[in-house]
Design a protein around this ligand. Structure first.
Ligand SMILES: [Zn+2]
Ligand SMILES: [Zn+2]
Length: 425
């Protein structure tokens, strides 16, 4: 088994005093805080290099942390080692006579599976084994839908599987020494990206983007590491939506990882629109660029994804920023492509934004972390600065198109540092 230091757990009795040292004096940042109900404990994670410190405060007097603090006072509580397959690790350790506190994994913080090893087998140290839930033992991430409510509108973040893009290309001028600490890559230097189309249900049922689809060949699937073992059909079924329920399909832009699912190849080999009743809404400038590609953007625009829409007469081109259905508005950002657009979703006092490739993953929150794929990176920078300012000024649920683990979150600024906080709706 391969174990990697994940975090060091520290039992605290006075959280504000502990934060005054670990956060304010040491300058570490509390990235996430989470209540683990089963343990009656609140965990605050502060990244420190490749591992994290976890400050643990009891939320009830019968919590194990409360008992620990009562007996020994605050201090070092446990170390956590990350393993790929926690079930296999427990079987292995048991076979070697190691004394386990948990013979079977149980839910821990950050959606992980955890199990504790008894200190008597670990030279006096309590050891937590941890397996991130985001990845199954085989390293394949789980796909699931997430539902949110924005006033009268229901939003469902869907999925169309995963693909992989070169890590360097994903972060442009940012060196791997910086992004490499945050984003794991495979042996071909590719990072995993999800495809998360968004469903909006209001007076109409709208699908924003549709993933990569299934028209491409094995070579394409190999180059882009496409994993569609669970794809948009599954996601729509999870959401209780049939293809014919979709009234409007809205494109943020026409790159293959967003427009691939707009069409399907039928039994006779003909490519036709995938959603039989839908009108497909595309920005005119994006349509022009996609249908007149140049050498720099040609690989991203695959004609089968969009030309059949025009042939079938289901294409609606829009020229400006405008309302596509009540509560749903497009806004051109440029940058990624000249006519790339984000989608604002607003109802009552609540607001969300589907940011597509303006901020493809949560790792792209820093302003200068801009994809090398972007045709006009300075426009991306300006659009991202304006977007983040707007999202901070008024609470906005940010929906990510490509983050491998996180469908949605909010942008939070604390002590001049920005981070993605939990989705709150
Ligand atoms: Zn794109
Ligand atoms: Zn994309």
């Amino acid at each position: 088994m391969r174990a990697i230091l994940d975090h060091i757990g520290i039992a605290v009795s006075d959280l504000p005093a502990a934060l005054a040292f670990y956060r304010d004096t040491l300058g570490l940042v509390v990235e996430t805080s989470e209540e683990v109900l089963s343990q009656r404990v609140r965990a605050h994670f502060l990244p420190a290099g490749d591992a994290q410190l976890e400050l643990l405060e009891a939320t009830a007097s019968d919590s194990a942390i409360a008992r620990y603090v009562d007996k020994r006072g605050p201090g070092l509580h446990h170390i956590a080692l990350r393993v790929d397959d926690i079930g296999a690790a427990l079987t292995y350790l048991k076979g070697r006579g190691v004394r386990l506190i948990d013979e079977r994994p149980r839910p821990g913080a950050e959606g992980a599976l955890v199990a504790f090893v008894h200190p008597s087998s670990v030279h006096g140290v309590l050891v937590e084994l941890k397996q991130s839930q985001a990845r199954s033992p085989a390293g394949i991430r789980q796909s699931s839908i997430s539902r949110f409510t924005i006033g009268d509108l229901e939003l469902i973040s869907l999925y169309d599987g995963f693909f992989r893009l070169d890590g360097g290309s994903m972060f442009g001028v940012v060196p791997k020494t910086l992004w490499g600490a945050k984003v794991p890559v495979d042996s071909r230097n590719r990072m995993a990206l999800a495809m998360r189309p968004l469903l909006v249900r209001g007076v109409r049922t709208m699908l924003i983007d549709a993933g990569i689809g299934d028209k491409e060949n094995d070579r394409f699937h190999d180059i882009y590491g496409v994993d569609r073992s669970r794809h948009l059909d599954h996601a729509l079924a999870d959401a209780g939506i049939r293809p014919e329920d979709i009234d409007i399909v809205l494109a943020t832009h026409l790159h293959f990882d967003h427009a691939g699912g707009f069409t399907v190849r039928d039994g006779s080999g003909r490519v036709r629109p995938r959603f039989p009743r839908a009108r497909y809404v595309v920005r005119r400038g994006e349509w022009e660029d996609a249908t007149h590609p140049h050498d720099r953007n040609r690989a991203s625009y695959l004609a089968d994804n969009f030309l059949p829409l025009a042939e079938a007469g289901v294409l609606a081109l829009v020229d400006d920023d405008q309302t596509i259905m009540p509560g749903v508005k497009v806004q051109r950002t440029g940058g990624h492509t000249m006519h790339h657009q984000v989608v604002w979703i607003e109802s009552g006092v609540e607001r969300a934004a589907y940011v597509a490739d303006l901020m493809p993953t949560t790792a792209h929150l820093p302003e200068a972390w801009i994809m090398g794929y972007d045709l006009y990176p300075m426009d991306t920078l300006a659009a991202k600065q304006a977007f983040v300012r707007e999202a901070l000024a008024r609470d906005t649920l940010v929906l990510f198109a490509h983050d491998p683990d996180i469908a949605a979150g909010t942008i939070v600024e604390e002590h001049g540092k920005r981070r993605i906080g939990p989705a709150t709706r």
